[in-house]
Structures are given as structure tokens and as C-alpha cells.
Design a protein around this ligand. Structure first.
Ligand SMILES: Cc1cc2nc3c(=O)[nH]c(=O)nc-3n(C[C@H](O)[C@H](O)[C@H](O)COP(=O)(O)OP(=O)(O)OC[C@H]3O[C@@H](n4cnc5c(N)ncnc54)[C@H](O)[C@@H]3O)c2cc1C
Length: 374
């Protein structure tokens, strides 16, 4: 039997305590809640806050944590993701928001909401899909800002932003036109700010428990003290590798569970499943390789070398591809027992596509690699 649970050396270290504690809580609480999250769109708020109290969102924050330990953040996310990708994605949203604040020089945010985001007392997310696509020439910026008293006035609509609620916060980027030039500015926005409305427009095929809203901003006043970076370009270079590498936690947890499903079927169905093209052993080897590569890259998240950046993009592409491949394999191994409503295999298959379509989506990653070749 493959020991797909014991993948991280970290668990022998103090940071490993965080991962082990998240794993224990996730096994106890998420495993029984996952179908309610998946089918009814239940948002696992209590578990999100509990993971924060265990330190899941604090380890990777520069200046807050003694080391910039992305691997623990990734492995904590993976431990929850072994049960539920919605929860794992919400953890990424939270991790990304903390990452922006502590990678910035904004002392106000670092000393006010920063520690509360690190502990899960305050929750929030990131509205960076549109700017990430815009920066790589895929679509125009959706948020526009202009100078106002002591800051900016921002308006626009973002179709999907997750891990939100009335008292949550999100990181956003808006375009400012000044003196005949445009630049982008990044800030943290409270959902409670005047002019912000959250609309629950869509029911998703999976990930519906992520409190994903369309966010409308109607002349929202963004004071200087909420601004993370102005202009944003050097800051994007600083945060981009961490933003992407942290997403690996979603893939690792999901793939581990797919391996578990394949192993579970070996007893009753191994005599016929052995004819399937994809077996657990090569998948597990691929997972171990991806974990090692992500750990290597995560050790230096502020590196600005182009070869490093390319390797981050390739690792992210591999994570999306492998998630879909592992979930597809798990579905074939499980057969009809995986196809009934409520079965893990069919949910994992739906969830896996999210890893491949959340920004940066597979198609964007392939465009980025193609652009680099020129
Ligand atoms: C469940 C879920 C949660 C998400 N959470 C976040 C989040 O927290 N933060 C964030 O920034 N992004 C979030 N997104 C957006 C996600 O990261 C991708 O940007 C999105 O899936 C589309 O990416 P794409 O590159 O495939 O673009 P494409 O699918 O090619 O889309 C191109 C454009 O069309 C827009 N679009 C697509 N469908 C619709 C629609 N029904 N109505 C209006 N516009 C539409 C897209 O936003 C995009 O601007 C979420 C998406 C989903 C499905």
C-alpha cells in the first residue's frame, strides 16, 4: 500500500506541527462536511478560522513569521485539500491576502488587519485574476481609479472573488490615468467599504462553498493607508512567484486523495483495474517530484531571475495538468461507485478542473511560456 499521507518531511519539524494539526482537524471536521460544502455551497467558515488559530496562514509571511516558509503554508493547504478543494482554495485566498500585506511596506496594514489575517480572526481574498490576465495581455483592467482626497476613488466590476463576506477584505488592483499615462495601483479593500456590493450570482459546478461573489465597486474611496503598492509593477514581481507556488497546495491535496481512491479500489477491483493506463505508482512518483520541485522553488520566492520565473510557471502548469489527470484516473479506477451522487471520485473530477482554470489558467500559463520563447 502506498503511504500517500506521509509525503512531507516537514512533519518532523515544528512547522510540521502546524501541518499535522491542520491534518487532524481536517480529517475530523471536513470529511463529514465536504458534501454539504460541495452540494449546498456551505462555506466552511468555522474550519477556516480554526486553521488560522493553528497557524496555517502565518508561516509564509515576511516579517511576521521568523522565516518565509511557503512550504508549510502549502502543506497545510494540501492537508485540508485531501478532503475538500473548496476549503483548500479558501485557504489559498487567505494566504495570498496575507502575502500581499506582509510583502508590502505598508506599516498600517501590517500592524492593523495583518496579524488578524495571519491568525484567521479576519478572513479575506484576492481579486487578482483580472489584473494577472491584463498584465499578460489577455484582457483590459476592470477596475479604474482616479485621485481623490487622501487616496483614490475606484469603480468597476469583478465577476468572481472568493472567501468574502460582510466583514472580509480583499486585495485588488486598479488602473489610474494621470498626466496622460496609465499605471496600476494595488490596495486592500474592506468588503464593508461604502460603495462595495457583493452579488451571489453564480452556482458553480464545484467550489460552490467558497463564498465567491461578483464584486461591484461604485466610487469606493481607497485611502492611502490601504495602498499596498503605487505603482504596482515592482511589487507584482515581488509577489508573483509566491502567489503561484502557494496554489500547489490545492493540487497536492487533491492528488493525494485521488491516489487514496485508486488504492481503495485495488482490493475489490484490482484484477481489472490493473489494465488501466494510469496506475497509482507513477502518479505518486510524479506527485513526489512536483512536491520536491515546488519546495525548491518556494525556498527563494523573491528571486527575479527569468529562469526561476519560468520554472515557477512550469511547476504551476504541471500542478493543473496532474490534478486533472489524477482525478480522471481515480474516476476510471472507481467506476460506478465513483459515479454515484455524493461519491468522492466524481467530486474530485469536478474540483480538479478548477486547479487548471483558476488564474493563472492552463491557457494563460501556456501563453506566458510561449511569450517567453520570443
Ligand atoms: C469558483 C471560482 C472562484 C473564483 N475565485 C476567484 C477569486 O477569488 N479571485 C479572482 O480574482 N478570480 C477568481 N475566479 C476567476 C478565475 O481565477 C479565472 O479568472 C476564471 O476562472 C476565468 O479564467 P480564464 O483565464 O479561463 O478566463 P476565461 O474563462 O477565458 O474568461 C475570460 C473573461 O470572461 C470573464 N467571464 C467568464 N465567465 C463569465 C461570466 N459568467 N460572467 C461574466 N464574466 C465572465 C472572465 O472573468 C474573464 O474576464 C474564480 C472563478 C471561479 C470559477
Amino acid at each position: 500500500m502506498l503511504d500517500v499521507q506521509s509525503v512531507s518531511k516537514l512533519e518532523a519539524s515544528p512547522q510540521g506541527d502546524v501541518v499535522a494539526a491542520v491534518r487532524t482537524l481536517a480529517a475530523r471536521e471536513l470529511s463529514s462536511l465536504v458534501n454539504t460544502i460541495d452540494v449546498d455551497g456551505h462555506y466552511p467558515e468555522a474550519q477556516m478560522r480554526a486553521f488560522g488559530r493553528l497557524g496555517a496562514y502565518a508561516q509564509h509571511l515576511p516579517g511576521y513569521s521568523p522565516s518565509v516558509d511557503l512550504v508549510t503554508a502549502i502543506q497545510a493547504m494540501a492537508a485540508a485539500g485531501e478532503h475538500c478543494l473548496s476549503t483548500s482554495f479558501c485557504m489559498w485566498c487567505q494566504d495570498a491576502l496575507g502575502w500581499y500585506i506582509y510583502a508590502s511596506d505598508n506599516q498600517h496594514l501590517r500592524t492593523t488587519i495583518g496579524p488578524q489575517i495571519a491568525s484567521g480572526a479576519v478572513l479575506g481574498g484576492t481579486a487578482l485574476s483580472n489584473p494577472m490576465k491584463s498584465l499578460f495581455g489577455i484582457e483590459p483592467m476592470r477596475l479604474k481609479g482616479r485621485r481623490g482626497d487622501g487616496g483614490y476613488i475606484v469603480k468597476g466590476l469583478l465577476p468572481y472573488v472568493s472567501n468574502l463576506g460582510a466583514d472580509h477584505y480583499f486585495g485588488a488592483i486598479f488602473e489610474v490615468e494621470e498626466g496622460g499615462k496609465t499605471r496600476n495601483v494595488m490596495a486592500v479593500i474592506p468588503c464593508a467599504a461604502a460603495g462595495v456590493t457583493l452579488a451571489d450570482n453564480a452556482k458553480f459546478t464545484a467550489l460552490d462553498g467558497t463564498r465567491t461573489f461578483a464584486v461591484q465597486m461604485r466610487d469606493v474611496v481607497v485611502p492611502e493607508e490601504w495602498v499596498l503598492a503605487d505603482p504596482v509593477d515592482p511589487f507584482i514581481k515581488r509577489i508573483r512567484a509566491g502567489f503561484i507556488l502557494l496554489q500547489a497546495g490545492m493540487a497536492f491535496g487533491l492528488i493525494r486523495d485521488c491516489l487514496r481512491l485508486i488504492e481503495q479500489c485495488k482490493g475489490p477491483l484490482g484484477h481489472v483495474n490493473k489494465y488501466l493506463d494510469v496506475q497509482a505508482e507513477p502518479l505518486a512518483e510524479q506527485l513526489a517530484g512536483m512536491e520536491a520541485e515546488v519546495a525548491r522553488l518556494a525556498a527563494t520566492p523573491f528571486e527575479d531571475d527569468l529562469g526561476y520565473w519560468r520554472a515557477v510557471i512550469e511547476a504551476r502548469l504541471a500542478a493543473g495538468d496532474a490534478s486533472v489527470a489524477a482525478a480522471h484516473a481515480a474516476m476510471l479506477h472507481c467506476g460506478a461507485r465513483g459515479y454515484v451522487a455524493g461519491a468522492a471520485a466524481q467530486r474530485r473530477l469536478r474540483e480538479a478542473y478548477f486547479v487548471a482554470i483558476v488564474t493563472p489558467a492552463t491557457k494563460q500559463l501556456r501563453k506566458m511560456l510561449a511569450d517567453m520563447a520570443h
